[in-house]
Design a protein around this ligand. Sequence first.
Ligand code: ATP
Length: 351
Amino acid sequence: MSCFLTCVRFDDSITTTTTTDNKQPTITGSVSVSGVTCYTWDDVESLTSNFSRLIGSGGYSSIYLARLSGSTKAALKVHAGSHRLYQVFRSELEILLRLQHPHIVKLLGYFDDSEESGALLLEYLPQGNLQEKLNRNSKQVLPWRNRTAIAFQVAQAIEHIHEKCIPQIVHGDIKSSNILLDKHFNSKLCDFGSAKVGFSSMVQPCTTTSTSSPRSKQVTMIGSPGYTDPHYLRTGIASKKMDMYGFGVVLLELVSGKEAVSAERGEMLVHAAAPLLDSSAEIGEEKVRQFLDPRLFKDSSLDLEEVKTMLCVAAFCLRSAPSLRPSASQVVQTLVKKIPSLSYLGCGKEE
Ligand SMILES: Nc1ncnc2c1ncn2[C@@H]1O[C@H](COP(=O)(O)OP(=O)(O)OP(=O)(O)O)[C@@H](O)[C@H]1O
């Protein structure tokens, strides 16, 4: 690991009627003080033209294309069918109501039946998620310059939730399918359904029922295969550093263009990258080239020194002891210093 130390150092209710075009029925929503609209179920059906276009799905929800007034698009994330899913919705809603950051998906409105169903109306990100964009079958190759910018913007979003908002938030599921891209390939962190609020550093993610004894405590595990911090898997202790671990895996995906868990062989990317990341010698250019997404060789924005920096930062984020992993602000500072092309993004300043 010493080579990384030489290449990267971390310094220490007013009711209103929304006007619509002729094709849409009238939507009536009540706008809260924060500008987030509370919709009825009829509104939700109208906005999505009766859920006609599914644009994504996850373990907890289905996401539909919605149309606001004029031609503005939005995404409606629906959690329905059980009290458990309703709780996930409430938790994500409460967190998104607190968050405002250029690289975190924006909440526009919501529907809440207070029992079993809820829906979040989110800004629409037309380029979908990062995992799809990095996929080898994707028609478009994401240029190197965009990959470094995405890493930087995600680090800024994590820095915001970990260090700049009160109370602080641990995302709990940092992965490439939770990073959405706008038309310019700027990134926005999404899916706060696993997030934990109010951490100063660490907390045990346990849930108990009212009649339960300490023995019957249920541990709610969070995270996704290929991204989960081994320390969290061993101890059940969630912390900001588990987000940094997930971020380290995303960096490996950005460099290699490979998935966190290979679809064909089931191999984890962190294992495939281990010889490169654990090496005590200087990372040789040959090894970097072998790991690099081959589609980037023709990219004029590719810079092998920047690739090495991304790998060095990944190595630190993936360290087994959480205390040895960098904070998000250390990563932001390091990326700005070591990757000159990021200067066009405003050097770490929030937009
Ligand atoms: N605002 C949006 N704009 C465009 N696409 C979106 C948007 N929100 C979600 N999606 C799509 O839907 C997918 C699933 O979204 P999300 O991760 O929020 O759902 P989930 O049910 O919480 O999933 P998970 O299984 O990861 O917990 C995303 O990867 C993305 O492809």
